[in-house]
Each structure stands twice: as structure tokens, then as C-alpha cells.
Design a protein around this ligand. Structure first.
Ligand SMILES: Cc1cc2nc3c(=O)[nH]c(=O)nc-3n(C[C@H](O)[C@H](O)[C@H](O)COP(=O)(O)OP(=O)(O)OC[C@H]3O[C@@H](n4cnc5c(N)ncnc54)[C@H](O)[C@@H]3O)c2cc1C
Length: 408
């Protein structure tokens, strides 16, 4: 009898792991991957759509095209997971499994933020979906002066560097338009600084200061008042805006909560080193769907996929899963159309300066704004579609490499 692996979600993590598993497992292992549609979106490009330097059509490709032959790709809405019966229910089918990989990502939920939907599309926008990024692009085009506020509603949220990229890109954009002197830019965040890790936070804060961008930390959003054009914190502090760019409350997929396997906000409690679901046998979790304390980023999903393939194969061979994953995350931080920084870190080691990925040679410079890093960011899109989604890697381990990093 064939053995079955079911993968939930064919986004970044689900596509990578399905292909990676297909390469490693013999044919009597049946691999099924399920997603609600056939549209794979390159999500980092949505920031560029907002600033009108990328066309939205280029970001969307057929999922099927990136899923290897020998994998069953099913388009259907997943409605329930039953880990006791080892069964997944979709609108039209039921699937049993020996191993399950959950990679259903996360979603913005602006309805969770008091007052936000009243202002939505009027003076409050986001760039976390393609239609929203297009609306923001149109608004930015007609904006002729005033205060732009980027607000993160609450933690956790997807892509922790995206807000920093947005404020730096906004500085560049309004300079290009020749109206920077008429625009105030402010980042209002629940974090204690610009970023979660102190060294990187200090570097980003210094760059923001140079660009005359204000950062307001420790702001826990209570409500948005679109008519009065301000946001208010739970302590009663108010920040005025003319244009609000919001990263609303972010939740895991509803199906995870409906199945009763979540942590209260839609994420699956996951062992931070094995990536196995804490409460269920035969279930692994990767990407934004986990509750592990690292970035919700595509690079993380890619590193995690290698670890989960290793652990599923270990279990098939009767060996206990290994505690390999170290929270490794790598992110480009775009400063302008033409320059970028890059960071590489894990649960314990914060982003450090140095050369990446090769010591001395780079060609990328960590925690530094360079032209070469920008070319890296552009090249990454090609790498994503042509190498990473296929579940291939570049010879590097999934864990953080210290070579090239400057400690101390
Ligand atoms: C604006 C923006 C910029 C970003 N920039 C970067 C960056 O520069 N670098 C970086 O590394 N990361 C970046 N990211 C984050 C990155 O895109 C995500 O972290 C990554 O895609 C997570 O992969 P995933 O597989 O967990 O989720 P996703 O890729 O979102 O895939 C989840 C899939 O599950 C499917 N699904 C969910 N629920 C169901 C259901 N009930 N039924 C059927 N299908 C379902 C969805 O349709 C989706 O295809 C950015 C994200 C955004 C929004």
C-alpha cells in the first residue's frame, strides 16, 4: 500500500517542500499538495507595486507550473484537519495521510482593528495584497504633501523588515517627485525600536534619522479614526496622519482555528527546532503558519523545508526527528530604487555586519546600504522562481553560517 504525505498550501513553503520531498522519496510515497487557487504570488514584489516600480501581473504565476510531475496538485478550499483521524477535509474531498505538512501561511485581518475598515481605501491603505498595493500606488501618485504614517497594528506580522523598507522607499519616492520637503514620514510601531533585534534596530534608526523619518516605538494600537485622521494607542496617545499605511492585525488561516489546532490566533504550536507540531504525531509546520519566534519570511520557509524533509525521512527510517532548525532568516532591506541592505540571523545571533554569503568576497554587505545588495534583491526574484521553489538549495546548510560575520 502506498504511503501518503499531504501538504496544506502551495505558497512559498508548500511548493518548496512538496518538490523537495518528491526528489527524496521513492514513488510509492504519494505526495498531495492542496491550495485554494492556481495563483502563486511573489509577495516581496508588492512593495514595489506600491511605489510603481513593478507591474503586478509579473508577480503572479501558475502554481501548477512550479509543482514537479509526480505530485498531485489539488485546487480546493481546505476546511478542516483532524490529527486524531489523520484526515484532511476540503470542500470537495477527504484525504488521509501518514505525514502532514501545514504551510497555510497567514493573512491580514483589518476587521480586527477598531475603525480601520471605515477608513480603508479613503485615507488608510496597505500593500499586503496585490489589489491593496495597487490602490496605495494610485493614492501615492496623487499625494501632494502631508503626513504619511506607517503603522504596525500588532505582533506578530509578516515580513518584519517590510515597514522599514516602506519608510525608506517613501523617502526615496517623494524625493523623486520633488516634494520631500512637503512630506512628513513616521513609523509607528508596537516594537521597542525600528526592528526586533537591537544592533539592526540601531542601524535602521540612524538611517531613518539621516532621512528625517520619525520613529515612534512602543505604540499599541487601540483604534483608527479615519474622520479625525489619527490613530490612538491603548494609553490614549494620538498620532495624526494624512495618509495611513497600515499593517493590520495578522492571523493564521481560519481553517487552523476551526480545526482547534491553533494557539488562539491561528498559528500552530510548533517545536522551534524540529518543526514538528507540539501536540500531534506525524504533523510538521513550516513558514508563516508556525508560532516559532523567528521572522515570518520566505527565506525562513525555505530553510525550514530542508529541516522538515530531513526529519520526515528520519521518521520514515525509524529515527527520532532532530532539533536542527535555529531560526535562520535572511532578508534584503531595500532603501531606495538602486540600494539595499541585507541581514542574516537566527534565534540567538542577531544581525551582524560583514560579508554575505562568502567571507571577504561577499558580494553582499551585511547591515549596510549598497548598490550590490540592490542587485542581490533583484536577482533574488529570478532565484525564487527558478531555483528555490523547485526545492533546490545552493549548497549552504539551512542553519546560520558565522563565516564572514564580524563579531564584537
Ligand atoms: C509585502 C511583503 C513583502 C515581503 N517581502 C519579503 C522579503 O523580502 N523576503 C522574504 O523572505 N519574505 C518576504 N515576505 C514574506 C513571504 O512572502 C512569506 O513569509 C512567505 O510567502 C511565507 O510562505 P508560506 O508558505 O508560509 O505562506 P504563503 O506563501 O502565503 O502560502 C500559503 C498558502 O496557503 C494557501 N491557503 C491558506 N489557507 C488555505 C485554505 N484554507 N485552503 C486552501 N489553501 C489555503 C494560500 O492560498 C497560500 O497559497 C513578504 C511578504 C509581504 C506581504
Amino acid at each position: 500500500m502506498s504511503k501518503k504525505i499531504v501538504v496544506l498550501g502551495a505558497g512559498t513553503g508548500g511548493t518548496i517542500i512538496s518538490n523537495n520531498l518528491r526528489r527524496h522519496l521513492p514513488e510509492d510515497w504519494e505526495i498531495t499538495v492542496i491550495d485554494r487557487d492556481d495563483q502563486h504570488i511573489y509577495q516581496p514584489g508588492m512593495l514595489f507595486v506600491a511605489f510603481d516600480i513593478q507591474k503586478p501581473g509579473r508577480l503572479v504565476k501558475s502554481r501548477r507550473k512550479y509543482i514537479m510531475p509526480g505530485i498531485n496538485f489539488v485546487i480546493d478550499e481546505i476546511v478542516r484537519v483532524d490529527p486524531d483521524k489523520k484526515e484532511v477535509t476540503t470542500l470537495n474531498h477527504k484525504f488521509s495521510y501518514d505525514f502532514l505538512v501545514i504551510s497555510t501561511g497567514c493573512r491580514i485581518a483589518p476587521e480586527e482593528n477598531d475603525g480601520l475598515l471605515d477608513a480603508w481605501g479613503k485615507n488608510a491603505f496597505t500593500f499586503y495584497t496585490i489589489p491593496d498595493a495597487e490602490l496605495l500606488r494610485n493614492k501615492l501618485k496623487e499625494f501632494d504633501g502631508g503626513k504619511v504614517v506607517l503603522n504596525i497594528a500588532e505582533l506578530p506580522f509578516k515580513c518584519p523588515v517590510a515597514p522599514i523598507e516602506f519608510i525608506f522607499m517613501a523617502d526615496w519616492y517623494f524625493k523623486q517627485k520633488g516634494i520631500r520637503n512637503k512630506v512628513e514620514i513616521e513609523l509607528v510601531t508596537p516594537l521597542q525600536g525600528a526592528f526586533t533585534k537591537p544592533k539592526a534596530s540601531a542601524v535602521f534608526t540612524a538611517s531613518a534619522k539621516e532621512k528625517n523619518i520619525r520613529i515612534t516605538p512602543a505604540f499599541e494600537l487601540s483604534s483608527v479614526n479615519g474622520k479625525g485622521k489619527y490613530i490612538e494607542s491603548v494609553k490614549g496617545d494620538k498620532v495624526k496622519y494624512d495618509l495611513l499605511v497600515s499593517i493590520p492585525t495578522t492571523l493564521g488561516d481560519k481553517m487552523i482555528s476551526d480545526s482547534g489546532i491553533d494557539d488562539g490566533i491561528g498559528y500552530v504550536p510548533t517545536h522551534q527546532n524540529t518543526l514538528k507540531a507540539l501536540k500531534h504525531e506525524g504533523v510538521y509546520v513550516i513558514g508563516d503558519a508556525t508560532n516559532v519566534p523567528t521572522s515570518k519570511a520566505g527565506s525562513v520557509a525555505h530553510y525550514e523545508a530542508d529541516v522538515v524533509v530531513f526529519n520526515i525521512m528520519a521518521e520514515i527510517h525509524g529515527v527520532k526527528p532532530e532539533e536542527i532548525f535555529d531560526g535562520h532568516s535572511t532578508c534584503f532591506i531595500v532603501y531606495s530604487k538602486g540600494t539595499s541592505s541585507v541581514i542574516d540571523f537566527n534565534y540567538k545571533i542577531e544581525p551582524l555586519p560583514g560579508q554575505f554569503p562568502m567571507p571577504k568576497l561577499g558580494p553582499f554587505s551585511l547591515l549596510k546600504e549598497t548598490k550590490m545588495n540592490w542587485y542581490g534583491k533583484l536577482g533574488f526574484e529570478w532565484l525564487y522562481w527558478n531555483v528555490l521553489l523547485a526545492g533546490r538549495h545552493l549548497g549552504a546548510p539551512p542553519t546560520l553560517v558565522m563565516a564572514g560575520k564580524e563579531v564584537g
